[in-house]
Each structure stands twice: as structure tokens, then as C-alpha cells.
Design a protein around this ligand. Structure first.
Ligand SMILES: [Zn+2]
Length: 320
């Protein structure tokens, strides 16, 4: 929960969009996003995370301070969110998965489209990392009406949703090479996704979007190179993901290296936090759904409040 009234809050967004499925609750509709930002502008002291960290360290955080962040580097951040942020003069950090920039969809979105929108019955085995798993479901004429509202936390209440959750779990713990091999296997079996090309905002940003990203309001941040949980990697791979991702972003933007980092999937431990500091990052954010405690905070584990597809009143209640 947001905690006592007036504590600083860092908000976490992923996408501003209305897709046909959203298992992880990552999307806020454009209308709700605008209303949330208008409320924030009117009722909170919105500042860049960098300035919030400076204020925290000086022990001088204003009451009702807030900061806005976006994870992953979706194109809709640049196409849909950015114009609203600029119109309302709200600063934000966009955390970028550096090796995803200019590439096809994030694997979890492609997996969801391949599985949840697939109309035919299937029954096959696929290799994912070191294990072989069976994929099986019956025919569906159309995606179920409740699919847009279904969330992973509700569990797999039909064969496609169960398959999606099972495959997601296996793929999440693969390294990038194993995962792209497994995704190739799934594509061969399931064919092209049925909604291909319908949502340009779902893709990661292009290189030209990233090149023109940095502005007085928008700060690029680091989110690793390939969006793997960092705690499961060897020290060498952790450094490649953390420091390598930071160098990638500096090279793409042509500006300074980013000062802030968001842990992919929120996974971190003492070793990962040390590597983030050693890579030159000044601060890092987690996904703990809490306000920042100005009297006791870790600069490399600042909590954030995940914002859902809510009307502004719900955000207001959550931050009160
Ligand atoms: Zn992420």
C-alpha cells in the first residue's frame, strides 16, 4: 500500500494501450492514462526520479512528491504516453531493454498472441531449455469475451490460459538463446500470430525513437539487455546485462549514460544491487508496491507503485 499520506511515490507503468489480452495487467488505456496524469499534475509535486533521489539524500523531500516511470521500452511509451507527458510537462523515466530496441515483439506478448488467440486445436511437444513440454488445447471460434480482463494471477481457467502460464514460466527462466530457440519451435507449430501488425505500440521502440527520446522531461533508464531475471545469472552475465545495457543506451541516445535502473521482473539481491552500483547507476527501482520511506530507504531498491487501468479516482485513493 502507498502508506501514510504525503510520502513520496514512484509510479510504475508499462504500456498505454488497449490490447485484446493483458495477462500481467501492464496496460493503462489512453483515456485513463490522461486522466491519471491530469490528476497527478494538479495534486502532486511531480519530479524526475533523479531529483527525488537528491531530495531524499538531502532529507528534504517535499510532501506529496511523485515520479513517473515506464518499464521495458514499448513503442507506445514514445507514441502515446510521451505527447501527454509533454503537454502536461510531467517528467518521466523510460527504462529500456537495450537489445529489444528495433526488434520484434517482446517474447511474452508474442507468446500470449500465439497461444491465447490461436483458433485451431493443437497437440504437440516442444523443447524449452532442457525440458520437453506438451502443449494441448481444443478449437475455439473466437477468443473468449472475458480475455481482455483475464489476469495471470487468476490462474489458467481454460486450456489455452493454462498453456500460456506454463510456457511463460519455463521461458522466463531460459537464457536469451534458449528462449529464441523455443519461440522458433512454437512459431513453427502455431503459425503466424493471428493479430500480426495490428498494434504498432506493442513493439519495442525503434532505434530512431530512442535516438530522439531524451529531452528535458524524458530520461532513458536501464532495464538490462535481454530482460532476464538477473539473480539467476553468472556474475559475468550479470555485468553484461547491467553495464552492457547501460553502454548500449548511451550509444543509442548519443547522450550521457542513464542514471537509473529497473530490475527486470523486479528480481534483485545484494550481488545484483552491487553490480548496478558498480556499473555507474546512481539509483535503482523495484516493484514492491509501496511509497518511499524518506527515513529508511535503499537508493538501489526504491519501491514503486504499479498503476493499473484505473480511473483517476482509484489512483487518488491508492496514493492517499
Ligand atoms: Zn520489465
Amino acid at each position: 500500500m502507498a502508506g501514510p499520506r504525503g510520502l513520496p511515490c514512484i509510479l510504475m507503468y508499462h504500456r498505454v494501450a488497449r490490447p485484446p489480452f493483458d495477462p500481467w495487467g501492464l496496460c493503462v488505456s489512453p483515456a485513463n492514462f490522461r486522466a491519471q496524469m491530469e490528476w497527478l499534475k494538479a495534486e502532486r509535486r511531480v519530479m524526475p526520479v533523479d531529483d527525488l533521489v537528491t531530495a531524499l539524500e538531502a532529507g528534504e523531500v517535499p510532501r506529496f512528491a511523485a515520479a513517473v516511470t515506464f518499464d521495458d521500452g514499448y513503442a507506445d511509451n514514445a507514441l502515446v504516453a510521451r505527447p501527454v507527458l509533454e503537454e502536461l510537462e510531467i517528467p518521466a523515466t523510460f527504462f529500456l531493454t537495450s537489445k529489444a530496441i528495433g526488434q520484434g515483439p517482446f517474447w511474452w506478448d508474442e507468446l500470449a498472441a500465439l497461444v491465447l488467440l490461436h483458433s485451431q486445436a493443437v497437440h504437440f511437444e516442444v523443447e524449452i531449455g532442457s525440458s520437453t513440454t506438451t502443449v494441448r488445447w481444443g478449437a475455439q471460434h473466437a477468443p473468449p469475451a472475458d480475455l481482455p480482463e483475464w489476469r495471470a494471477e487468476q490462474g489458467g481457467n481454460d486450456a489455452r490460459r493454462s498453456a500460456y502460464l506454463h510456457l511463460w514460466e519455463l521461458l522466463q527462466h531460459c537464457d536469451a538463446g534458449e528462449r529464441s530457440q523455443a519461440m522458433r519451435g512454437l512459431r513453427e507449430r502455431l503459425g503466424r500470430r493471428q493479430d500480426a501488425g495490428s498494434d504498432a505500440g506493442e513493439l519495442p521502440m525503434s532505434e530512431s525513437m530512442v535516438r530522439s527520446l531524451a529531452s528535458p522531461l524524458i530520461s532513458p533508464g536501464g532495464h538490462g539487455q535481454t530482460h532476464v531475471p538477473l539473480t539467476s545469472l553468472s556474475p559475468g552475465r550479470q555485468i553484461a546485462e547491467i553495464a552492457g545495457g547501460r553502454a548500449d543506451i548511451a550509444a543509442m541516445t548519443g547522450g550521457g549514460a542513464p542514471t537509473g535502473f529497473a530490475y527486470p521482473h523486479g528480481f534483485h539481491d545484494a550481488a545484483v544491487r552491487t553490480r548496478v552500483r558498480d556499473a555507474g547507476y546512481r539509483w535503482a527501482v523495484v516493484t514492491d508496491d509501496a511509497a518511499v520511506n524518506p527515513r529508511r530507504f535503499d537508493r538501489y531498491a526504491l519501491p514503486r507503485i504499479g498503476v493499473g487501468d484505473w480511473p483517476a479516482e482509484t489512483l487518488c485513493r491508492k496514493l492517499r
